[in-house]
Design a protein around this ligand. Structure first.
Ligand code: PMV
Ligand code: MG
Length: 374
């Protein structure tokens, strides 16, 4: 049987398919959420990465404005062998193709070749990274597009799982919260899975079995949006999440007691934040944002890693002067900060003050896909 021929239950073979996924911002729970079962709250943004797939012959080409080294060519050694791009090891899109195709092969489908055209709204006009989760979004969008090429139906949880398996092979540090937000959209409460279990399970389960299995400690839930307007400001300094996470873990390990207290306090804060969101208690949400900020400042002190840079501190101070609750978002060390603004906040004045301080207000809102799973 030649590559590309439908087999098993795969009768419809489309010539093309499109997948898209939004960027994200962390609201609270950073760093704690990299530990299995610990929670974070994130939002998906109305800025997307779109992956368009089209059937190809001989080899596949991936073109993307995210690639600094130009388009990538991929092929298979033999008919149904895994996608390969030897000159670009560790590519999220190739890893996403492989994750979906393992499932296709297990269900008796034949593999195909296709071009992928990727466009991103997650960087600024100059192509600079804003820290809005482009790796997660491109992986989720690629999973959706490739699954579309095989007529493989996936719900949001299956998309999350395949994208997490794909990114775990490329960059194993990270909670996967960005993937959950990209797959589920809206306001999302996320508890990260037990990676050690996952890596063991990978050796004895097929991809399909893994996708259908219950993953210990994993929980993804959509939350109602509060009556608070999200504003984000960009510091202009790109930050490396894997490096910051590794440094915080290494620094905090020297003080196990303080790290355990941070994890416990963060969990208590997140439990209250989730409750406040579920109850529509905006004031409660704002209090938890402030508490989450204090916990991160404490983690900075015990680990010796700067999370809230001087510019992020300015962002927070200005937001508070305007009646909003604010903090760094994500790993910090640069990238973005967020402010949650009650209706009384003059958001335009706050953004003007940010700009005067050298912070770029980002024009974005929370994106909730209608009818997404909760
Ligand atoms: O800086 P970001 O948006 O990539 O967020 C990182 C959040 C951490 O909790 C520090 C790491 C993670 O993967 O959850
Ligand atoms: Mg970041």
């Amino acid at each position: 049987m030649t590559a590309g021929a439908p087999r098993g239950g795969f009768s419809a073979v489309p010539r093309g398919a499109t997948g898209s996924a939004p960027g994200k911002l962390y609201i609270a729970g950073e760093y704690a959420v990299v530990e299995p079962g610990h929670r974070a709250v994130l939002v998906a943004l109305d800025r997307f990465i779109t992956v368009r797939a089209a059937a190809a012959e001989g080899s596949g080409r991936i073109s993307s404005d995210l690639y600094e080294d130009g388009p990538l060519t991929w092929r298979r050694r033999a008919g149904d062998s895994m996608a390969q791009a030897p000159d670009r090891a560790g590519d999220y899109v190739i890893s996403a193709i492989r994750a979906v195709e393992r499932m296709v092969l297990e269900t008796g489908g034949g593999l195909r070749l296709f071009d992928l055209d990727i466009s991103s709204e997650l960087d600024d006009a100059g192509g600079r990274k804003l820290g809005l989760g482009s790796s997660a979004a491109v992986t989720v969008a690629a999973v959706r597009a490739v699954a579309g090429m095989y007529g493989l139906p996936l719900d949001d949880l299956a998309v999350y799982k395949l994208a997490l398996l794909a990114t775990d092979a490329v960059q194993p540090i990270g909670s996967g919260g960005d993937i959950a937000a990209a797959a589920f959209t809206g306001w999302v409460a996320y508890a990260s899975p037990d990676r050690a279990w996952l890596r063991r399970a990978r050796t004895r389960m097929s991809t399909g079995e893994l996708v259908r299995a219950r993953w210990p400690r994993l929980s993804i839930r959509r939350l109602p949006a509060p009556d608070l307007r999200l504003r984000a400001g960009w510091t202009g300094d790109p930050a490396s999440t894997p490096r910051l996470v590794a440094d915080v873990r290494a620094g905090a390990r020297g003080d196990d007691g303080a790290y355990a207290v941070f994890l416990r306090d963060s969990e208590a804060c997140l439990a209250r934040l989730v409750r406040a969101l579920e109850e529509g208690d905006s004031r409660g949400v704002m209090r938890r944002i402030e508490q989450s900020r204090r916990l991160l400042l404490g983690l900075s002190r015990t680990s010796g890693v700067v999370i809230e840079t001087p510019l992020l501190e300015r962002l927070v101070d200005i937001a508070r002067e305007h009646g909003a609750a604010a903090k760094s978002s994500g790993a910090g060390g640069g990238d973005c900060g967020i402010a949650l603004c009650p209706p009384a906040t003059d958001a335009a004045a706050m953004c003007a003050a940010w700009e005067a301080a050298g912070i770029v207000p980002l024009d974005l809102s929370v994106h909730s896909r209608p009818g997404a799973a909760s």
